[in-house]
Design a protein around this ligand. Structure first.
Ligand code: ATP
Ligand code: MG
Length: 250
């Protein structure tokens, strides 16, 4: 990786993912700096989850290159640097909240003491300390989402890839999530986040608008608003999407 890009935590160059003849990610050039909160925004099917899964090493790319902290993806060593919260929560429904969190801690080689300390902090953060011994299958959808976020954060990774972490989470808790994300950023750690909540997107340092697998615009939220002369990010997206045309139909 070039010296000039050593401040990048994530970089993709001409990243492509095809499913048969359909191109889900279409020559994506993404650059996320260390210590920033980068929001990947776009409609259903834009290619956000596909991109994140490739960065995690869960999906094979069809073309291009991807780097995490200077290491070319895929690389087994990268997984320890990433806290991944999948869009579809991947928890063990028959296990308790504690057992799920401890399981992820053990995967990443944390000691029992470390897991205990982190778990306490994370249960307070997600507002579920009294649910520690409850079977995850008995929790509401939003609560499962909160546990999934705790599992992604257990090993204090330098990069967080959060795929719609606040879906189904009530407004009050979403506010505290964002304050926590800002604390993480304050520690010099990096967050790539997808969301459909445009009010939240405004909290990101930079936003990338994705459409039909392409990055159609990128910048600080206020920059994107002034470029499009709009007062909300939804209209800003529509303005860029209109310029980029309808794109390839499936
Ligand atoms: N395994 C697969 N086989 C075929 N097509 C797929 C597969 N996985 C994803 N796709 C397609 O790739 C495109 C991008 O999907 P992706 O899940 O990345 O979108 P997204 O931006 O995350 O959308 P959402 O906002 O709904 O989560 C979609 O058209 C989807 O149907
Ligand atoms: Mg998705």
């Amino acid at each position: 990786m070039d010296e000039a890009y050593s401040d990048l935590m994530v970089e993709t160059r001409g990243l492509v993912k095809r499913y048969g003849k359909f191109t889900a990610v279409d020559h994506l050039d993404l650059r996320v700096r260390k210590g920033e909160i980068y929001g990947l925004l776009g409609p259903n099917g834009a290619g956000k989850t596909t991109t994140i899964k490739i960065l995690c090493g869960l999906l094979k790319m069809s073309g291009g290159e991807a780097y995490v902290d200077g290491r070319q993806v895929p690389d087994m060593r990268i997984s320890a640097e990433i806290g991944y919260m999948p869009q579809e929560t991947a928890l063990y429904l028959g296990l308790t909240v504690h057992q799920n969190i401890a399981f992820f801690g053990e995967i990443f080689g944390l000691s029992k003491r470390e897991i205990g300390e982190r778990e306490k902090e994370l249960l307070d953060f997600i507002g579920l300390p009294e649910w520690r011994n409850e079977i995850v299958g008995n929790l509401s959808g939003g609560m499962k989402h909160r546990v999934s976020l705790a599992c992604a954060l257990i090993h204090t990774p330098p990069l967080l890839l959060l795929d719609e972490p606040t879906v189904g989470v009530d407004p009050q808790l979403r506010v505290s999530f964002w304050s926590y994300f800002n604390d993480i950023k304050g520690q010099g750690r990096t967050i790539v986040i997808t969301t459909h909540y445009m009010d939240e997107a405004g909290h990101c340092d930079r936003i990338g608008f994705m459409h039909n697998g392409k990055l159609i615009a990128e910048g600080r939220p206020d920059e994107l608003l002034s470029l499009t002369e709009t007062d909300n990010l939804e209209d800003a997206f529509m303005s860029f999407a209109g310029e980029s045309g309808r794109g390839a139909e499936r």
